[in-house]
Design a protein around this ligand. Structure first.
Ligand code: ADP
Ligand code: MG
Length: 404
């Protein structure tokens, strides 16, 4: 069965109805608690605005960070409520609790078009419980806030791969719909998996091979070329028999990487040179070396210029590109050139009529931080883990539950 969307709900009518929305408002904060990148708040606005404009009583639930074991003021959604109010152009109330007396009183007091944000859903440990009954109880409490004729809109794409109370269990209790963000993300991922224009190139970087090995394996079967950079390339270089100095290395993955290199020799491409450093720091001394000449006392923090050139050539005729994971430690200016160069190559290759998708929180941050044009890419995904699991062919609980 097809997934119902926000448009369907609006057609059914929401005026005066309670609508629970799961948004992804998990924005990065600095030490003072100020929001450093409001991307996810901005991406959540269309769904919330449409519901509010249509006269729904909107109850929003979301998480922030990883609070351990209960309420923690450091992870309060207060700054998010303020920023969301600004973006929406109307006041957003913040409940003092998740599903407690304050949330209930505020939910009961809502009038048509009002927006109430519940406090960080992860303050309630039942949200992420492995116990179905525990999660079910929290889901029921959430449903009570929107009443018997309520509805649920799933719009937090970044969490749809999680079987959590506010993502999965609530959808089993209420009529459910995909919000505009979830619908848009799914459409892009469908396009990447079903009707891919070729050549199809995949660029993977970031820090952990173990996280991304499954996606490498499944994408290597589908893509025409798969370019590997970032911290994960060193485990592959080690699998080729090169020493990698003090670079990131996942020993336990070396054999698996060797098998992948043997199996997909025509598809996988590794760096030919790397930028090494004497320490992991912004002011480290940077030096370019061949990929098979990494000194023992150096760590690779970026792909080298020769690799950027080679990757640019490999990308130049691509019609479809999926990119996840920075090519280097772009947070340090001396090690950002690889990420910037490859991003520019993707924009150049697919900018005119091709299809390019950036997935991953840090990759999206890199695009903004390095001053690359957002609109150089067809789509910048808000969810890293969720988009990778989708591309791996895994079933995402938060999407599956919307289908029934
Ligand atoms: P995304 O969030 O886009 O999925 P990841 O979270 O997998 O990406 O990885 C991002 C991180 O990888 C960045 O913080 C970056 O500094 C780091 N990284 C990239 N290359 C290296 C490297 N050579 N050594 C150590 N860390 C690296
Ligand atoms: Mg990340």
């Amino acid at each position: 069965m097809a997934i119902k969307t926000l448009e369907d709900l609006l057609q059914e009518g929401v005026s005066g109805r309670g609508v629970l929305v799961r948004s992804d408002l998990n924005v990065p904060l600095d030490e003072q608690g100020a929001i450093t990148d409001p991307g996810r708040i901005i991406a959540s606005v269309p769904t919330l605005k449409a519901l509010s404009d249509a006269g729904a009583k909107v109850v929003v639930t979301a998480h922030l960070g990883r609070p351990k074991g209960g309420p923690d003021p450091k992870f309060s959604l207060a700054p998010v409520a303020a920023a969301l109010g600004e973006q929406l152009g109307r006041h957003v109330q913040l409940a003092g609790d998740v599903v407690g007396t304050d949330a209930l009183a505020r939910a009961e007091g809502l009038t048509d078009g009002d927006v109430l944000l519940l406090e960080n859903i992860r303050f309630d440990t039942r949200e992420t419980s492995k116990d179905d009954a525990e999660r079910g109880k929290l889901a029921k409490a959430l449903v009570e806030l929107v009443g018997d004729d309520g509805a649920f809109v799933s719009d937090g794409f970044g969490v749809v791969h999680r079987k959590q109370a506010s993502v999965y269990d609530v959808a089993t209790l209420l009529p459910h719909y995909a919000g505009t963000l979830v619908a848009a993300e799914v459409k892009v991922l469908e396009q990447l998996t079903s009707s891919t224009d070729r050549p199809y190139a995949v660029v993977l970087g970031g820090s952990k091979v173990s996280d991304k090995l499954a996606v490498i394996e499944s994408l290597a079967q589908r893509a025409d070329s798969l370019l590997i950079g970032g911290g994960m390339c060193f485990t592959f270089l080690a699998a080729q028999g090169f020493s990698v100095g003090s670079s990131l290395l996942e020993e336990s993955m070396v054999d698996t990487c060797r098998t992948l290199l043997d199996t997909y020799a025509d598809v996988l491409h590794l760096p030919v040179d790397v930028v090494v450093a004497d320490k992991f720091a912004a002011d480290a001394t940077a030096e370019v070396v061949a990929a098979d000449r990494i000194p023992d006392d150096r760590m690779g923090l970026d792909i080298g210029p020769g690799t950027v050139q080679r990757f640019t050539t490999l990308l130049s005729n691509a019609r479809t590109v999926f990119w996840n994971g920075p090519m280097g430690v772009f947070e340090f200016a001396s090690f950002a050139a690889g990420t910037k160069g490859v991003a520019e190559a993707i924009i150049a290759a697919t900018g005119k009529g091709g299809f390019s998708v950036v997935g991953g929180g840090d990759s999206a941050a890199a695009v903004r931080q390095l001053g690359l044009p957002d609109d150089g890419f067809s789509h910048i995904s808000t969810g890293g883990g969720a988009s990778l699991e989708y591309l791996e062919g895994k079933k995402l609980p938060g999407l599956e539950v919307l289908e029934s």
